[in-house]
Design a protein around this ligand. Structure first.
Ligand SMILES: C[S@@+](CC[C@H](N)C(=O)[O-])C[C@H]1O[C@@H](n2cnc3c(N)ncnc32)[C@H](O)[C@@H]1O
Length: 297
């Protein structure tokens, strides 16, 4: 169990998809085009999704990349991997596309201009595990993963991508920008404690938290032939009540863990923020970055 519930991933998915800013794999199609067609004639596209959860990244990228795609979906949480089947099934029905699971954990999705095969793999990616073997030509993708990993882990992954010329597309890394409206006098205090919590060990060594995307950009910039980064912020308003409530609860929990001596103040902060949400006046922006890179062969 990773601590990420399937309900939370389902709640955030539409916000993630609305926020995402890059859907091109450098080296395949026009790198600056947000949605280049990947045609069947250009050969199958191979992707590995690190920390796939219940498959949000595939659901976002699949139709935007188009053509023939082979995905490996890697996660260490069997409960989230078990959600892949129903989530992919329902998503395919909504496209509409044909869906099949020819054997356990193997999925096929087919619609005009799109043929996806995907295999789920229960894999530990954390600090004490070896990185999974990257297959020739495979694009390394991840969404909402980078802020969990350590500098050392990320550097090892970047080295592997450079060494094998694996293009990469890493979406939705929390970058530390947070803006609440209306303002509360403890917003900055709780935000700082939340970021401190983000830098704790999440199984990959001390996490980079809000520094993850800038760390990756710094390491990639001298080595990548193409490097793109775009903001992919959540911009939440009064109608986005459930996700705002969930974030307030999450931040309350995280801040209280790192500053238990301020628990009462933090609880008061959460009560005031919930009142703004209930009153239909709460706005929240949470900063994320998408980045993509390609390397010469
Ligand atoms: C924030 S969730 C993002 C899930 C998915 N990519 C999405 O965008 O909905 C982080 C994911 O990383 C996975 N994860 C965390 N630590 C892991 C580890 N040590 N090995 C493999 N997967 C891990 C979690 O199980 C979870 O699915």
């Amino acid at each position: 169990m990773s601590g990420f519930s399937a309900d939370w991933l389902a709640l955030r998915e539409p916000y993630d998809h609305r926020a995402r800013a890059l859907a091109a794999i450098p080296g395949l199609g026009a790198d600056d085009d947000p949605a280049p067609p990947h045609t069947a004639t250009s050969g199958p596209l191979r992707l590995v999704d690190l920390g796939c959860g219940s498959g949000s990244n595939l659901r976002y990228l699949g139709p935007r990349l188009g053509g023939v795609q082979h995905w490996r979906l890697l996660d260490n949480d069997p409960q989230l991997l078990a959600r892949l089947q129903p989530r992919l099934h329902d998503w395919a029905a909504s496209l509409p596309a044909r869906f099949d699971e020819p054997s356990a954990g193997h999925f096929e999705i087919e619609a005009p201009g799109l043929r996806i095969t995907a295999v789920a793999q229960l894999v530990e990616l954390g600090a004490n595990a070896a990185l999974p073997d990257l297959r020739p030509g495979e694009c390394v993708t991840a969404s909402a993963l980078l802020d969990l990993v350590s500098a050392r882990w990320l550097d090892t992954l970047i080295d592997a991508c450079v060494a094998g010329s694996h293009p990469l597309l890493w979406a939705l890394s929390y970058d530390g920008r947070v803006e609440w409206a209306p303002h509360d006098r403890l917003d900055a205090f709780v935000h700082a404690r939340f970021d401190q919590h983000q830098r704790g060990d999440k199984g990959f060594g001390p996490a980079l938290g809000p520094a993850a995307a800038s760390h990756a950009l710094e390491r990639l910039s001298p080595r990548a032939t193409t490097l793109l980064s775009r903001r992919s912020d959540w911009v939440l308003g009064p109608r986005d009540r459930e996700i705002q409530q969930s974030l307030v609860n999450d931040w309350q929990r995280a801040a209280s863990e790192v500053a238990p001596e301020h628990r009462e103040d933090i609880d008061e902060w959460a009560r005031r923020r919930h009142a703004f949400i209930e009153a239909g006046s709460s706005h929240l922006t949470v900063g994320h970055l998408d980045l993509a890179a390609g390397f010469s062969r």
